[in-house]
Ligand binder design. Structure first.
Ligand code: ATP
Length: 422
């Protein structure tokens, strides 16, 4: 008989009282409905590791929506249901809990999402990625806190191992390759020996995964604490090249990611992605954008970054007039500008970009188009030209105050024409 482990104490100690109460009530309501409720996946793993995780994933043997609907009586909040999958999510105060109906999965087509049907907690656990993520905790009153560990997840946690549940795991779903690398780095674990050889064997299965799913995995990688370490490992194992053959996880990338974290403790995903794709040519960039089906705004950042990269030669010229620096960098997304500041080898270019980011981009003339009209210039394209000249003069420090600007303006045509404005 395997040793019985009860996590009730850990639950009480590690999770906020509101969530503990919710799980207890959930277990009671499930029991009254003749159903069984379990806490599953990452949160169980993290309970055992003593790591904070407030993402409660609950699994119901029976009908998750029926349980969630009953629970809204005690926890009035926002209930979202997906009848097709028989899942629900419940939000109240600052909490969110996901409830799914226990299901088994069959992979009919390589790389595609599986077909699912309702099942027991045991078969629900058998479809999971790694032993450490395939544990559950009973929440019904009879057996509250009891750990269900059918695959030795607790033992693998103790030995710091990432292990798949069966030989076909990566070929069933190659996104697990990225997931494995992510957990390995985050938890400081090793890929267990057989798992590592299966991963190497099945790397080619990444070709079966849609760009959307791979993009999702990449986003999760970039949200981790040290994404560069995952990318380095992904490169070593030839996983990264399935994103794009020209991508590199190397020391350069590691340095740039570290520098990005010096600018802000958690750099935005867009900045990391711009750095990761920095070495790509414009054509390769486009290939990656379309493969990953990047959203427009993100694609624009990568394109901006490549355009600025093409101008780095011009930005490396010493003693550029500030207005020239402004013109070279104006209109691009700030993230793309920052990526180039971090990635450029030229100290001069970096200084110019820094000047743009810190100062130049905020400088505007004091006079507006309306002011010029009040000064007697008829509304016309001339107004824009004059404002541009004022802007340039202000960027280059030739005017400082509003009075300076007015004086400068008077020195320009049309003020010097035979019929100056009033
Ligand atoms: P994290 O801490 O990164 O959120 P998590 O373990 O909660 O980790 P999720 O991606 O939220 O991860 O998934 C929840 C659970 O669903 C996992 O713990 C795992 O049991 C299961 N799971 C998720 N993705 C897969 C997959 N591709 N294959 C098999 N099981 C999966």
């Amino acid at each position: 008989m395997p040793e019985k482990v009860n996590l009730a104490d850990k639950i009480k100690k590690q999770l906020p009282a509101e969530l503990v109460h919710f799980m207890q009530v959930g277990g009671e309501v499930a029991h009254n409905q003749g159903q069984s409720l379990y806490l599953v996946g990452g949160v169980v793993r993290d309970l055992l590791l003593g790591r904070t995780n407030l993402d409660l994933d609950l699994v119901v043997e029976g009908d998750a929506i029926k349980l969630a609907q009953q629970l809204t009586l005690s926890y009035p909040g926002k209930l979202t249901t997906h009848p097709r999958f028989n899942t629900a999510s419940l939000k109240w105060d600052r909490w969110r809990v996901d409830l799914a109906t226990a299901r088994s999965e069959t992979y009919l087509k390589l790389g595609a999402l599986p077909t699912v049907c309702p099942s027991s907690i045991d078969s629900d656990l058998s479809r999971r990625d790694f032993t450490i993520n395939a544990m559950a905790v009973g929440l019904n009153p009879d057996g509250y806190g009891e750990l269900i560990d059918l695959y030795g997840g607790r033992c693998d946690l103790e030995h710091k191992l990432i292990r798949v549940l069966h030989q076909k795991s990566f070929s069933d779903d190659a996104t697990r390759i990225w997931r494995g690398l992510r957990y390995q780095r985050r938890l400081g674990f090793q890929l267990e020996e057989t798992t590592l050889s299966l991963l190497k064997r099945d790397i080619g299965m990444l070709a079966t995964i849609s760009g959307d799913r791979i993009r999702h995995e990449l986003e999760l990688v970039l949200k981790e604490e040290f994404p560069e370490k995952i990318l380095l490992r992904a490169d070593e194992l030839n996983v990264l090249k399935w994103l794009h053959p020209s991508l590199k996880g190397n020391r350069w990338l590691a340095e740039k990611f570290q520098q990005a974290r010096k600018l802000s403790a958690t750099p935005p995903l867009e900045l990391y992605l711009a750095l990761l794709t920095y070495p790509l040519t414009a054509k390769e960039n486009e290939q990656l954008i379309s493969f990953l089906r990047l959203p427009k705004s993100l694609a624009q950042i990568l394109r901006d970054s490549a355009s600025i990269k093409a101008k780095l030669g011009l930005l490396s010229v010493p003693k550029l007039a500030p207005s020239r620096v402004y013109r070279l960098l104006y209109g691009y997304s700030p993230t793309a500008v920052i990526a180039n500041m971090l990635a450029s080898d030229s100290a001069v270019a970096c200084r110019h970009i820094q000047l743009f980011l810190d100062k130049l981009r905020y400088i505007k003339p004091a006079l507006s188009g309306q002011d010029l009209i009040k000064m007697g210039i008829p509304p016309s394209p001339t107004i824009k030209e004059l404002l541009d000249k004022l802007h340039q003069a202000k960027l280059d420090g030739k005017v400082r105050s509003r009075k300076d600007e007015e004086e400068l303006l008077r020195s320009f045509a049309p003020f010097n024409s035979p019929n100056p404005p009033a």
